[in-house]
Design a binder for this molecule. Structure first.
Ligand SMILES: [Zn+2]
Length: 126
């Protein structure tokens, strides 16, 4: 992912507080790889996204979260609607895509955690 979309994912700054992404990477399962890749491809085609970079990709409460920030380091920038719409689409898709394998899945509450998984037993235990 980093080699395919360096402009999008690799931030110019190396400071830990500004670039958690470089240190933590993708904090989610491989099943969402295609979702993230498709989102990255769409973002690459948006002229607006040139001013922004991805700072963090992770799983939270069972769905995918995708955080972006302005490249020049300005904080709390409101992302353009075009970008927000793409991110919301992929976040809602992640609620029906098994985080472990990418098959159609279901968001459910198990053992104190929200997870999106398919019906395969090996996915349910990851
Ligand atoms: Zn699965």
């Amino acid at each position: 992912m980093l080699t395919h979309f360096p402009e999008l994912f690799l931030p110019p700054s190396k400071k830990l507080d500004e670039t958690p992404f470089v240190y933590w990477g993708f904090e989610c399962g491989d099943g969402w790889f295609t979702l993230i890749k498709e989102l990255a491809e769409k973002l690459n085609q948006l002229p607006e996204s040139e001013e922004f970079k991805v700072v963090q990709v992770k799983e939270k409460l069972g769905t995918l979260r995708f955080y972006m920030r302005a490249k020049d380091g300005r904080k709390s920038d409101a992302l353009p609607h075009s970008i927000l719409d793409l991110i919301r689409q992929v976040e809602s898709q992640s609620a029906v895509t098994c985080e472990a394998c990418g098959n159609p899945g279901k968001l459910s509450h198990k053992g104190g955690w929200w997870k999106t998984r398919c019906s395969k037993t090996q996915c349910a235990t990851t």
